[in-house]
Write a protein that binds this ligand. Structure first.
Ligand SMILES: Cc1cc2nc3c(=O)[nH]c(=O)nc-3n(C[C@H](O)[C@H](O)[C@H](O)COP(=O)(O)OP(=O)(O)OC[C@H]3O[C@@H](n4cnc5c(N)ncnc54)[C@H](O)[C@@H]3O)c2cc1C
Length: 517
């Protein structure tokens, strides 16, 4: 096994997979180290019982809350990372998210770059991940240099009616950006069969634009690219001066191995990237690698998210429901002193996944069976930005496992969004029915276990005292260590994070290509 790689990338998800895809055409020798394996294509992929009830694809990791209580985090260790399970709602952050945003409960800090700096990379990410949508509809979005590569996915009849009702009531619904390989003009030749299993399920037919299918698989035949699966990186070692990573320590199939490369990139997800750095403490870096500022692990965010089900009088036979969103509450103004967040549709409810909520559900809608409740469900996903608190952080316990401290933030805005949501339902004929908070969407008994949108922990910035990596996402304290996952986010905005991680990985990839040439 050669160990003189040009670039070693740790993690193959949105950040790592996209980075590899960006630099691979150069012929540089790339080693991808992935803790998981390929996610098996099996009938269970599209079965809510194994996926939601049994948690078939959730890792067996145990993390601990600040009180020492163990929990099973919602992390997915596969080639493609969390994107194997994601809903492929591929939003750009809004221009306002790159600046400082004031809330009742605190401040969301500015990014060191602007929306305009990111725009070309957002466009490239949208084209790479085959996003369907329509730029120009949502008043909160920034300028765009190129329309989406695919037209927006059409609304099915119930969702089109919701769209029309919202528009008639003065809201501004728009076509949500979806990363699926669907050609509605030529359905028989389309990979995607437009099923209901996009959000929270792996795609059995590989028609969801995830990082494995889009970014990693196309590289597998290249002689310059090596992918090692079941290769968990445990620590990084440096030269005696502590300026360059010289050794990447791995446990692969239970055996210790080590690799070296000119450049090392961490993209293991926000919590695990921090874990690897903290596990790499040495004489030169006693508090953990790249952690002279004590910033590694801090400012952890994961969105304040709420799944809610409204029950519609008429059946909702929608199959693919994630085609509509509303950003009318995204910005301050119109009588609001601060922003509240985003409302979008969620994957359609099904009775199997609702089973755990059955007594509650059938009490709310006594005239309907569980099957009917699911059929009448209209599913929404509400997102409010959570604020980076230094004390919301990843640390390591004595045995090296992750401890996650998290105090909720920005709850005033989240409560405000929920009130606006209830009011919105009143305008579209869904109000006379109960709204149910949909806990079963993410099976978890500890709220912080819902780490799907984890970000922060290694923020990028210009000041080494308050950030871990610089504008190019290179560690301030090292010459050859980079980070390209969501850990670099200084704030998280209120839209889904993956497209920003992908765009940033392309941006950093361009920098690395220049550096390597
Ligand atoms: C159910 C679900 C639904 C979601 N829906 C959406 C959505 O609709 N839109 C959206 O934008 N986002 C969504 N997300 C979030 C999105 O998937 C993540 O924000 C994104 O994948 C984060 O990218 P990343 O590169 O930071 O981490 P990941 O994509 O998770 O990649 C990290 C990779 O590192 C590997 N790894 C971890 N530790 C190690 C180690 N020690 N050694 C080697 N490899 C390691 C992991 O196995 C993984 O492959 C969803 C997530 C989930 C779970």
């Amino acid at each position: 096994m050669p160990d003189d790689y040009d670039v070693i990338i740790i993690g193959t998800g949105a950040g790592g997979g996209t980075l590899a895809h960006t630099i691979a055409p150069s012929g540089k020798r790339i080693l991808l180290l992935e803790r998981g394996n390929f996610l098996p294509r099996e009938t269970e992929n599209w079965d809510p019982g194994p996926v939601f009830v049994d948690g078939r694809y959730i890792s067996h990791d145990t993390w601990y809350d600040v009180g020492g209580k163990p929990f099973q985090p919602q992390v997915h260790y596969f080639v493609g990372g969390a994107t194997k399970m994601y809903g492929a709602a591929l939003y750009r952050l809004r221009p306002v998210d790159f600046g400082e945003v004031r809330y009742a409960d605190g401040v969301s800090p500015a990014w060191p770059l602007t929306y305009d700096d990111f725009e070309p990379f957002y466009t490239r990410a949208e084209w790479l991940y085959q996003v369907h949508g329509k730029h120009g509809e949502d008043p909160t979005e920034g300028s765009w240099s190129r329309q989406y590569p695919w037209p927006a996915v059409t609304n099915e009849p119930r969702i089109q009616r919701l769209h029309d009702d919202l528009a008639a009531a003065g809201y501004h619904p728009f076509n949500a950006p979806c990363g699926i390989m669907l050609d509605e003009a030529d359905r028989p030749r389309s990979n995607c069969i437009r099923c209901t299993w996009c959000d929270g399920y792996p795609c059995l037919v590989h028609a969801k634009s995830d990082a494995e299918v889009i970014a990693v698989r196309p590289l597998l035949g290249l002689p310059s690219v090596t992918l090692l699966t079941e290769a968990e990186v445990t620590s990084l070692r440096t030269d005696p001066a502590g300026r360059a990573v010289t050794q990447v320590n791995v446990v692969r199939n239970g055996q210790p191995e080590s690799y070296s490369g000119h450049i090392v990139v961490l993209a293991a997800g926000a919590a695990n990237t921090a874990k690897i750095l903290l596990s790499s403490a040495s004489g030169q870096h006693p508090a953990g690698l790249a952690n002279g500022s004590d910033q590694v692990g801090r400012n952890y965010m994961f969105h304040i998210s709420k799944a809610a089900v409204a029950l519609s009088d008429e059946p909702n036979d929608t199959v693919y429901q994630k085609t509509l969103a509303v950003n009318d509450f995204y910005l301050a103004g119109n009588g609001r002193d601060w922003p509240l967040g985003n409302i979008q549709m969620l994957g359609k409810s099904n009775p199997e996944a609702m089973r755990g909520e059955e007594p509650h559900l059938t009490k709310l809608a006594p005239r309907w069976s569980l099957e009917e409740v699911a059929r009448h469900a209209v599913d929404f996903w509400l997102t409010t930005e959570d604020l980076p608190r230094p004390d919301n952080r990843v640390t390591l316990r004595g045995d090296g496992s992750v401890q996650l401290a998290y105090q909720p933030t920005n709850t005033t805005a989240a409560d405000g969004l929920y009130r606006e949501f209830e009011d919105l339902l009143n305008h579209v004929g869904l109000a006379s029915h109960h709204v149910l908070e949909k806990n079963f969407y993410m099976k978890m008994d500890v709220p912080i276990a819902g780490v799907a949108h984890q970000a922060g922990t290694c923020r990028f910035g210009t000041d080494p005292a308050t950030s871990v990596v610089d504008i190019d996402c290179k560690a301030h304290e090292l010459d050859n260590l980079y980070v390209t996952d969501t850990s670099i986010f200084p704030s998280i905005g209120a839209v889904n994070p993956a497209l920003t991680a992908m765009a940033n990985a392309i941006r950093v990839g361009e920098h690395l290509l220049e550096r390597l040439s």
